[in-house]
Design a protein around this ligand. Structure first.
Ligand code: ZN
Length: 481
């Protein structure tokens, strides 16, 4: 049976020009080769799958290559290059710091470091996951790093540089590798797909890039899995199926339900997920990502969207900026509770209901501001408001003297107010709009509410003010809970 090589190994960069996303580091390493200013220790830091050991191996290969090209690329054909590529070189030693972490392992290095290289120019030690070394091992290593033999080079790779002793770090040239951009990952996957003569939907590759979180190795492993699953064209549907992802259509339907205030969709969606056996935790992270993209459109504009998410220009129109930010904030807080809840299904239903209901949410700060505007505008025009009540009244009507409350029955519609009232409107309130009903006046962006026309009849003005105060108290209680 033919030996199968996983994509991450098969397409591992063998030349500096094939390294993706680390241009500055590649330039520095090439210049070190070109000007023969090679330090004796290098530290490659970065999250998983960004190319730390790949770069270390490439650099080692270039250092020992017998026919280095003019642009400092290893030839990949000389005996030294071939030995290193096959992992048979006696001069390049790869040590896994996680399983060789003790002082004895480092002593073994120290004992051999003085010997001359067998065939290459340098003796190179690549220690992966170097942060796993014990303190004693680090100290033993430090001795060698202080006065390394001329022909010895140390390349360290780590995902957690903060765990390495500062005295070690200060003796190394340190490189921090970038996460690889989704567009760069997509380009690499396209290259691989073409090389393997596979057809694909670009959205499928974009989804894989998104899932791999900036790690090329992860992207290639996921791609491997997809290639095994599907024989024909690689589709987004196949990617969703293999990784148990929820189709984006469900999220767009949620946006539609939001705009139509269709609360029942919360239950429908969770039922669909349950029937399909989807993982609710996974769904929740996708939900947060969905609202993050909507919030991005609403705050930064459509231009800030990644190429794979241009569809959000449409769906974001169902939300105001305030609504999108509120939902995103709510979801981030809710996510912490999801893992602790005893009934995740009910929790997710409740969360979706909360999202749908937030369509008619009025920010409490808007209500409070509006109240204070009303208070300022009408200050002094209702003497009863500032004067203490004449007799004790129930708490619910404490803002108005009892006789006012009695006078207010029944309440006439506000638009029928007498425009020729004897009370002149305050100078600063000149808007022509009617006082706006609370439940319909959802603030657009930026959040502003028009000032209501001053109510000229003193009886109605008091009534309106009382209602506003009640509304604020009621909503504060229900919306913040
Ligand atoms: Zn070579």
């Amino acid at each position: 049976m033919k030996k199968y090589l996983v994509l991450a190994r098969k397409y591992r960069p063998q030349r500096f020009s094939e390294v993706v996303g680390q241009e500055a580091i590649v330039t520095t390493l090439k210049n070190a080769l070109r000007f023969e200013k090679v330090a004796h220790a290098y530290l490659f830091c970065g999250s998983r799958g960004t190319g730390k050991t790949t770069l270390a191996r490439l650099f080692a290969k270039a250092l020992n290559c017998e026919n280095l090209s003019t642009d400092c690329e290893p030839c990949n054909s000389c005996p030294s290059c071939c030995e290193i590529m096959n992992g048979q070189s006696l001069d390049v030693m790869e040590i896994d710091g996680a399983s060789n972490r003790g002082i004895d392992d480092i002593r073994a290095i120290n004992d051999t470091v003085g010997y001359a290289p067998t065939s290459g120019r340098y003796k190179i030690y690549i220690i992966d996951e170097v942060h796993m070394l014990t303190k004693e091992a680090f100290n033993a290593l430090l001795k060698t790093l202080e006065e390394p033999p001329e022909k010895a080079k140390f390349f360290f790779a780590t995902t957690e540089p903060h765990k390495i002793l500062p005295t070690i770090i200060s003796r190394c040239q340190r490189f921090d590798l970038n996460r690889i951009l989704p567009s760069q990952i997509v380009a690499k996957l396209e290259e691989i797909a073409k090389d393997l003569s596979r057809t694909f939907e670009v959205e499928a590759l974009q989804k894989i890039a998104e899932l791999s979180d900036g790690a090329m190795r992860d992207a290639q492993s996921l791609f491997d899995q997809i290639l095994c699953f599907i024989e024909g064209t690689i589709t987004l549907g196949a990617v969703n199926q293999v990784f148990g992802l929820i189709s984006q259509d469900h999220f767009f339907s949620l946006d539609q339900a939001f705009s139509e205030y269709r609360l029942g969709y919360a239950f429908e969606l969770v039922e669909t997920l349950f029937q399909a056996g989807k993982d609710l935790t996974h769904f929740f992270s996708q939900l947060i990502e969905h609202y993050r993209l909507i919030a991005v459109v609403k705050t930064l504009g459509e231009g800030a969207l990644p190429p794979s998410a241009t569809i959000y220009q449409q769906t974001a129109r169902h939300y105001t900026q305030a609504q999108s930010l509120y939902i995103l904030e709510y979801l981030i807080q809710a996510e912490a509770t999801l893992s602790k809840t005893l009934s995740p299904r009910i929790f997710v239903e409740g969360t979706l209901l909360h999202i749908l209901r937030s369509k008619h949410r009025i920010p409490v700060e808007v209500l409070v501001r509006r109240l204070s505007e009303l208070e300022t505008a009408w200050k002094g025009q209702i003497p009863e408001l500032s004067a203490p009540p004449k007799k004790s009244v129930p708490e619910s009507t404490v803002l108005l003297p009892v006789e006012h409350v009695q006078e207010m029955q029944p309440r006439p519609p506000l638009q029928k107010m007498d425009p020729a009232s004897s009370v002149p409107p305050p100078a600063k309130l000149t808007k022509e709009s009617q006082p706006t009903p609370l439940t319909q006046n959802i603030p657009s962006e930026p959040v502003t509410l028009p000032l209501p026309e001053p109510i000229k009849d003193i009886k109605h003005r008091s009534h309106y003010d009382t209602l506003m105060r009640f509304a604020a108290v009621e909503l504060e209680g229900s919306l913040r809970s």
